[in-house]
Design a protein around this ligand. Structure first.
Ligand code: HEC
Ligand code: HEC
Length: 388
């Protein structure tokens, strides 16, 4: 990594500062600016990440090299050349400088006299990455792409405030630490603090959702319902969330979440899935795969419409041969048909990552649904999935 720095500089020198709107000093975004909300708004969640977990103290001591190793990403467009000209990826001071520039994707902090005094997280932490155009982990933002390198459990487990969080959950600090440390990169359990089971799911994309009626792997509700749940109960946002089914009625005034939801939803709906790279699949095989997908292989019985999902219809674990626990833990008890556009971009597959490749997905269905597809038919369907 150290050797890359000389190579990084010239590229960074030309990118300069991005012009996108960023609220000053952790202030809220404009309620009409969905992109700003998605990228930069913490909704007041410093009450969790600073006041309780003290993530800012950890960030103060992390070199960019270590930060990149837990999957954090640097928005190269937010970094002025003079800062990068003196950047040392082994020096924690560089991390502090990057945070002061709001250049660490999904983290927002206040830096006073070289010290991070407040730090919060944004939606972009888990649902954005960068295009690595400058170096691994450093480049232009890719909003909506799941950050499968990010290890949220490990990051929380590193915080000095973990015992306070454990106390709130009524588990021992060592049990909390063991659970969080077991999740691994690209995974998070958004129900751990409700039922204390530890069964993380993959961080899903936040693109391609415009025509999808229900969100999450288990279809718990429309996008704004889930956004409010995540913001208030997971990110620690300062706002309101009520769901009688979950026996939750959280009220914190001023509510920094609810006024943001319409623009945040519209922004997510505006993010299209990425097209497959040119030459990344065999078009002739994909055409054969499409016919199988819509016919003999029965995929289109559930993967229907422009987004390839029949939501709001839901399915039992047994129907598709899934592990049952995620459905059991959810208020719906079922699985939503995952939309498939952009699937090429985010292996592994299924909510638990049990299929490493798209071919493994097809093999799974071939067995569970007793499709009796030949090897070349399975390969053709996988090529079709790569083309979506
Ligand atoms: C700590 C990581 C993390 C953060 C931060 C986070 N999410 Fe998520 N998000 C997840 C996980 C994990 C899931 C899957 C949950 C499930 O299916 O039960 C998810 C699911 C979603 C989905 C559903 C996707 C689908 O295919 O249905 C949307 C939409 C979403 N998040 C948007 C947001 C927004 C908006 C924010 C900010 C308010 C946010 N997320 C913050 C981890 C995160
Ligand atoms: C009975 C309905 C049903 C049928 C039939 C079906 N699927 Fe699915 N599919 C689902 C559901 C539900 C999920 C979500 C499973 C999970 O992750 O828990 C899913 C998930 C997937 C995923 C994972 C996407 C991701 O991002 O993780 C792929 C790929 C997929 N299906 C492809 C196919 C193919 C190919 C076929 C035909 C061979 C098929 N499906 C048949 C309902 C169905």
């Amino acid at each position: 990594m150290r050797r890359d720095i000389a190579f990084i500089f010239p590229a960074l020198l030309v990118v300069g500062c991005s012009s996108d709107a960023r609220p000053a000093n952790l202030g809220p975004c404009d309620t009409a600016d969905g992109q700003c909300i998605f990228r930069h708004d913490t909704f007041g969640d410093e009450q969790l990440w600073t006041d309780m977990l003290r993530l800012h103290e950890v960030a103060q001591t992390l070199s960019p090299k270590v930060a990149l190793s837990v999957g954090l990403k640097v928005d190269a467009e937010a970094v002025p050349p003079d800062v990068l000209a003196s950047a040392d990826l082994d020096a924690p001071a560089t991390t502090v400088a990057l945070i002061s520039l709001d250049a660490v994707v999904g983290l927002r902090g206040v830096v006073e006299n070289g010290t991070i005094t407040k730090l919060g997280i944004t939606c972009a932490l888990c649902h954005s990455t960068v295009d690595n155009s400058v170096a691994a982990g450093i480049g232009k933002r890719l909003d909506g792409w799941p950050n499968r390198d990010l290890n949220p459990g490990a990051i929380i487990a590193l915080t000095p405030g973990l015992p306070a969080l454990a106390a709130q959950l009524a588990v021992t600090p060592s049990a909390a630490k063991a659970a969080l440390s077991s999740w691994g990169p690209g995974r998070y359990d958004a129900r751990f603090n409700q039922d204390k089971e530890s069964r993380p799911v993959l961080l899903p994309p936040a693109y391609g959702l415009r025509d999808v009626a229900l969100e999450t792997f288990t279809g718990v509700g429309p996008v704004s319902y889930w956004n409010a749940y995540v913001a208030v109960t997971q990110m620690g946002a300062h706002g309101n969330f009520k769901d009688d089914r979950l026996k939750l009625d959280i009220r914190q005034e001023p509510d920094r979440v609810t006024p943001m939801l319409p623009a945040l939803r519209d922004y997510q709906f505006s993010i299209n899935p990425p097209s497959p790279p040119v030459g990344s699949y065999d078009a002739v095989a994909a055409a054969r795969g499409k016919a199988l997908f819509e016919g003999q292989a029965r995929c289109a019985e559930c993967h229907t419409g422009s987004s390839f999902s029949d939501a709001p219809k839901l399915h039992t674990a047994a129907e598709i041969g899934m592990e049952p626990n995620e459905a059991r833990r959810s208020i719906t008890g079922m699985y939503r048909t995952t939309p498939l556009r952009g699937a090429w971009q985010h292996p592994p597959y299924f909510h638990d990552g049990s299929a490493a490749t798209l071919l493994n997905v097809v093999e799974h269905y071939d067995q569970v649904l007793r499709l009796q597809l030949s090897a070349s038919q399975r390969a053709d369907i996988a090529q079709y999935l790569r083309s979506l």
